[in-house]
Design a protein around this ligand. Structure first.
Ligand SMILES: [Zn+2]
Length: 365
């Protein structure tokens, strides 16, 4: 029989630590997809369990509470329970299977092929950024400590407000700003050089005697949350005549999707794919939850694409030639997994990207 598991509601919120909660917040019908069974998004269906030869539709998903019940065999529960009931496995086995399926295993979004057939395909299409390296898991504590020591300053707030972003959105995404580079020295003092280096916060020429932070003074800091914890930080300089790229990434750390928690939030029915963090904030402010690619050529893993199933997906990459080309290849990558995405056509006002569109005074996208 199915063990009862506490259900903690649908909201994926920042600070949520328990992976049981995270897994149970996956939409039940999407977990059905992962199991290879087609479940109804509304109404009743035949019971999917092998042990129940159901000749009348007895199985229902209660979408509002993300739970399911079969009125024939009286099994019921949430996302993890569905895996247990269908596979006849224990709670821990079911959790492990589901975590691997959605790439939450070991706090990494890994690509986990499910069948030998898919395994072959996966090895061919696995994007370069996933071929790494025995990368150490993200150091949530240290990243959190940096953000805590780097509150947004007036110059950074002015910059973001100047791009028409609202104080609510700026706060929601927990944007910080490097006060001085000596904040990195404080972290070295507290956590040790090796740990700060492993976080990718130091450039290659750094040594324990002389450290060189990758993020310059005054740069905006964009924390990347996964299941509510910081797994990556990206910086953007706000002084446009500074040398080098405006966007700075961690040294030797795998790049990730920005705001990827929208993928595992079952209350998000429509999601946009944007180019970079500022456009994610802009789309969100205009009422469309979004996640961002770092660099237009960034790829989604199979597991990430599977999480898009059942959602309305809009591609809001820049309206320029590289953006159009990437939108077209992205649609093909998604459709292989049954995800139909819509490329939004360029706005008539001539906006080149989502933030431009916001700055034109638009309130919806
Ligand atoms: Zn049943």
């Amino acid at each position: 029989m199915v063990a009862a598991v506490d259900h903690h509601g649908l909201a994926m919120c920042m600070g949520m630590k328990d992976d049981t909660q995270a897994l149970n917040s996956l939409a039940v019908h999407e977990v059905g997809n992962l199991l290879g069974i087609k479940l109804p998004t509304k109404g009743m269906a035949r019971c999917p369990f092998p042990s129940h030869d159901d000749d009348t539709p007895s199985f229902e998903i209660k979408k509002q509470v993300n739970r399911w019940r079969c009125y024939g065999c009286d099994k019921h529960g949430g996302a993890i329970d569905l895996v247990m009931a269908y596979q006849g496995t224990s709670f821990l086995e079911a959790k492990k299977w589901l975590a691997a399926k959605v790439g939450m295993e070991g706090s990494r979004w890994a690509t986990m092929p499910s069948t030998p057939n898919q395994q072959c395909r996966t090895s061919l299409i696995r994007p370069r950024q996933f071929i790494d390296t025995a990368e150490t898991p993200p150091d949530h504590t240290l990243y959190g400590e940096l953000i805590a020591r780097a509150p947004l300053l007036k110059s950074g707030a002015d910059y973001l407000l100047g791009r028409s972003l609202s104080p609510e959105i700026i706060a929601r995404f927990a944007i910080g700003q490097m006060p001085t580079t000596s904040v990195i020295g404080e972290l070295i003092h507290r956590f040790g050089y090796g740990r700060v280096e492993a976080c990718g916060l130091l450039s290659k020429r750094s040594t324990p005697d002389s450290y060189w932070p990758v993020f310059p003074q005054g740069a905006l800091l964009f924390p990347y949350f996964e299941v509510g914890m910081i797994v990556y930080i990206q910086a953007r300089t706000i002084i446009d005549d500074e040398k080098g790229s405006r966007w700075r990434n961690l040294n030797n750390r795998r790049r990730r999707l920005y705001n990827s928690d929208v993928l595992i939030n079952p209350t998000v029915r429509r999601v946009a794919i944007c180019e970079g963090a500022i456009d994610v904030l802009s789309a969100t402010q205009m009422g469309c939850e979004a996640f961002g690619l770092i660099g237009i050529s960034a790829k989604l893993s199979d597991a990430e694409i599977i999480l898009l199933r059942g959602k309305q997906v809009d591609i809001l990459l820049d309206w320029d030639q590289p953006g159009e080309m990437r939108a077209s290849s992205l649609r093909k990558e998604l459709v292989r997994f049954g995800v139909a995405a819509t490329r939004k056509s360029a706005p008539r006002d001539g906006s080149n990207d989502v933030n431009d569109f916001l700055r034109q005074g638009n309130t919806k996208i």
